[in-house]
Design a protein around this ligand. Structure first.
Ligand code: AMP
Length: 214
C-alpha cells in the first residue's frame, strides 16, 4: 500500500506514520527527515536548505522530488510507503503520481488529518523527540517517565527542532494553507481522499486511520 498523510504541521503525521510502520512493516518517507539529515551531514544541498527550513518556508519542488525519486530508485517502497510531509505542492503531487506510475505502482489512499490551528501551535511549541529512535514527546502532554531516558529505547539524546518556534510555525501554517491544502481537492477528485479527526488521543487517531484504510 502507498499512503499519503496530509495535514498541517503538528497534525501528528510523523507519530501516526511511525505507528503504521510498526504495524504494517511499511517504510516512512519523510522529506522533512531527509532534509534535516542533509543539513546535519553538512552537504551542499543541506546548506542550501537550512535557512529556508528555519524560517518555515518550503524548499523547491526540484529538491524534494529528487529526494523521493532517489528513495524509490533504491526500492524503499517495496513493501509499501507512507509519505509524510510529501507532497506539499500540486507540482510535487503530479511528480509523485508520475514516479509511481512509471514504476507500475500507484497511490492507494490519502489520509487528511484535520486539526485546529490553536492546537497545532500548542502541539509544536513544547515538542521534542528522541534522537535515538524518533519517539515524540511534549513538555505538557507526554514527558518521558525518566527525564533523561527515552521510554522507548532508553537513549538520553532529546532534540528540539530549530523551526519549532512561534514565528516559524505561523510561516509553516501559511505555507500549508497556500501551497498544500489545494491537494485536498486534488486527491478528492481522484477518489483517494479519506478524512480523519486528528484532535483525539494518539490511539484514537490511529484507530480512525486504520478504519479509513480498511
Ligand atoms: P516537516 O518535518 O515535514 O515539518 O518539514 C520541515 C521543513 O522541511 C518544512 O517546513 C520545509 O521547509 C521543508 N520541507 C519538508 N518537506 C517538504 C516538501 N515536501 N516540500 C517543500 N519543503 C519541505
Amino acid at each position: 500500500m502507498n499512503i499519503i498523510l496530509l495535514g498541517p504541521p503538528g497534525a501528528g503525521k510523523g507519530t501516526q506514520a511511525r505507528m503504521l510502520v510498526e504495524k504494517h512493516g511499511m517504510v516512512q518517507l519523510s522529506t522533512g527527515d531527509m532534509l534535516r539529515a542533509a543539513k546535519d551531514s553538512g552537504s551542499e544541498m543541506g546548506k542550501q536548505v537550512a535557512d529556508i527550513m528555519a524560517r518555515g518556508d518550503l524548499v523547491t519542488d526540484e529538491i524534494v522530488i529528487g529526494l523521493i525519486a532517489e528513495q524509490l530508485d533504491n526500492g524503499a517502497d517495496e513493501s509499501g510507503a507512507i509519505y509524510d510531509g510529501f507532497p506539499r505542492t500540486l507540482g510535487q503531487a503530479d511528480a509523485l503520481g508520475e514516479l509511481l506510475s512509471s514504476r507500475g505502482s500507484k497511490l492507494d489512499a490519502v489520509v487528511e488529518m484535520r486539526v485546529d490551528d490553536e492546537a497545532v501551535v500548542r502541539r509544536i511549541s513544547g515538542r521534542f523527540t528522541c534522537g535515538g529512535c524518533g519517539e515524540v514527546y511534549h513538555d505538557d502532554t507526554k514527558r518521558p517517565a525518566k527525564p533523561d531516558a527515552c521510554d522507548n529505547c532508553g537513549a538520553n539524546d532529546f532534540k528540539r527542532r530549530a523551526d519549532d518556534n512561534a514565528e516559524s510555525v505561523r510561516t509553516r501554517l501559511m505555507a500549508y494553507y497556500k501551497e498544500t491544502s489545494p491537494l485536498i481537492g486534488y486527491y478528492h477528485a481522484k477518489g483517494l481522499l479519506k478524512s480523519v479527526d486528528g484532535m483525539g488521543d494518539i490511539s484514537d487517531v490511529q484507530a480512525e486511520i486504520t478504519s479509513a484504510l480498511s
